[in-house]
Write a new protein. Structure first.
Ligand SMILES: [Zn+2]
Ligand SMILES: [Zn+2]
Ligand SMILES: [Zn+2]
Length: 110
């Protein structure tokens, strides 16, 4: 499994900020190329601000399932509510934070 940085509290990428049963993913940040459990972990450890993935980079592998270690592309992750390999459910509440990690389509020109 790739190394997960930040304030993890177990082997399934839960961290001191988000540690419910469903908090099992880590996200690779475009700005530093490291997996962190959440943006707060990132900001604790990094001096720079988060740069979100751009919409044309959604085929990058940037979401790690902490249960089985499968990496998901951003589009795979956005189109599922569970791991494509082990079927562990992902925390739906994470969607509230997607704009921090992934650039949304809103600004795309017609
Ligand atoms: Zn970074
Ligand atoms: Zn965290
Ligand atoms: Zn999995």
């Amino acid at each position: 499994m790739p190394e997960v940085y930040g304030n993890t509290i177990d082997e399934q990428t839960r961290c001191i900020h988000y540690h419910s049963a469903e908090d099992i993913i880590a996200i690779k940040f475009k700005c530093c190329g490291k997996y962190y459990p959440c943006y707060r972990c990132h900001d604790d450890k990094e001096a720079h601000t988060v740069i979100p993935w751009e919409t044309n980079q959604y085929d990058e592998y940037a979401i790690l399932c902490g249960v089985c270690g499968r990496e998901h592309t951003i589009s795979e992750y956005k189109n599922t509510d569970r791991c494509l390999q082990c079927s562990s459910e992902f925390n739906a509440g994470c969607k509230l934070h997607h704009h921090i990690y992934f650039e949304e389509n809103n600004n795309r020109k017609p």
